[in-house]
Write a protein that binds this ligand. Structure first.
Ligand code: ATP
Ligand code: MG
Length: 370
């Protein structure tokens, strides 16, 4: 379990990629290449991803990252899924019912098909050695670098908090500890996470340069983007738990219909798939296409001059049909809260064993094992 997956070839880049369109298109191209490598040899990859327990997961999560996690699990890639409970303390007031949110998140995981027998589902607050990695890692990045991170800037802007905590500011470095404690080399994420992942890669590279004596103690993980790395919410901006624009996975058919009915579109009647020119309409078209496993262009063509009303009816039907089994599974698992706790206890035990081993290795590399 502690064995480091083989490094993925061709991954070392000289400097952090920007989080602009260029960074995203490079990540998209690399994701296509990664898909090929995964199918060739799933055993060379180890996945870590996670979510903050800040509310019910939504369709953006599902098509941005959750679907990929389940797919990779089925392909035989070793998978770690993190409930990032400490990171809820960064920017919001949901900490009061944190344990309730944690349970809801685990419930969503089981509902989408993550199998706790194969995937390690854990909370990072229960893994002390993981958190200790944060200290040496913090020494490897500058305040100026953290200041430049566009995702942190964006999250601060939406945080509704009067000031920025140190934890919020150092969030990407904590995330580096989350990823590197298990030496994951593959991180299925949405587009907003690309700048964070670059910080993880920087931390790993600098650690290896400074302490590795020629060996890569830590891997430089890569992002795996899905076909929907930035699904828009009903207001036309990134679908997000904190923006009141999300359609939850667990929403029922009526709620889904209501939310999609009020989604923003544009005034042009003829429906086309044109993500750059018509982002809101195209995001809806893509949503239907993903649910139906079809090309978005084909969905748009079929609706043609039916207008936004026909598009929304089509999307509602596609979403409700696709998610009906998931919702039924969620209702089933919700009856046994004890099982949710058991999943976390077992996951935490596995994560702790691995984190202890990695911390020991890190301390040995730093010549600080006493
Ligand atoms: P919050 O408002 O609490 O930040 P969020 O909805 O942005 O919540 P996160 O927990 O920050 O969700 O993100 C979890 C994962 O889901 C990340 O990998 C992120 O990239 C992905 N993700 C979140 N929203 C979307 C989206 N709209 N489209 C694609 N991927 C997304
Ligand atoms: Mg977010």
């Amino acid at each position: 379990m502690n064995a480091m997956p083989h490094a993925v070839s061709g991954t070392i880049r000289a400097s952090a990629a920007p989080a602009d369109g260029l960074g995203t298109s490079a990540a998209r191209a690399r994701s296509a290449e990664l898909e090929r490598l995964i199918h060739e040899d799933p055993g060379r990859f180890r996945v870590l991803t996670g979510d903050r327990p800040t509310g019910r997961l939504h369709l953006g999560h599902y098509f941005g990252t959750l679907h990929n996690r389940v797919r990779l699990q089925h392909l035989g890639v070793e998978t770690f899924v993190l409930v990032a409970d400490y990171q809820v303390l960064t920017d919001r007031d949901v900490a009061d019912d944190l344990s309730g949110h944690v349970e809801e998140l685990v419930l969503d995981y089981l509902a989408i098909g993550l199998d706790p027998g194969r995937a390690t589902i854990f909370t990072h607050s229960a893994v002390p050695a993981l958190n200790q990695l944060l200290l040496p890692f913090l020494s490897l990045v500058s305040v100026a670098e953290l200041n430049r991170n566009p995702t942190v800037k964006d999250e601060i802007a939406h945080s509704r908090q009067p000031s920025v905590s140190g934890l919020m500011f150092t969030y990407p470095v904590h995330q580096a500890a989350d990823i590197l404690f298990c030496k994951a080399n593959l991180v299925p994420v949405g587009q907003d996470q690309l700048p964070h992942l670059e910080i993880t890669r920087t931390v790993a590279r600098r650690f290896n340069d400074r302490y590795g004596r020629g060996t890569a103690v830590l891997p430089e993980p890569e992002a795996l983007l899905s076909p929907a790395p930035l699904l828009l919410g009903t207001d036309g901006t990134k679908m997000s738990k904190s923006r009141g624009n999300a359609i939850a996975l667990a929403a029922d058919a009526d709620e889904t219909a209501r939310l999609i009915r009020r989604a923003r579109t544009d005034s042009e009647r003829h429906i086309t798939y044109d993500p750059a020119g018509r982002p809101e309409v195209s995001s809806l078209v893509l949503l239907a296409a993903l649910c139906q496993d079809r090309a978005p262009e084909q969905v748009a063509e079929e609706i043609g001059s039916g207008g936004a009303g026909a598009l929304k009816r089509h999307v509602t039907e596609a979403v409700n049909e696709y998610f009906a089994p998931l919702r039924a599974r969620r209702a089933h698992y919700a009856q046994d809260r004890g099982q949710l706790r058991r999943v976390l206890r077992e996951g935490n035990a596995r994560a702790n064993a691995l984190a202890d081993a990695t911390l020991e290795e890190v301390r040995r590399a730093m010549n600080s094992l006493y």
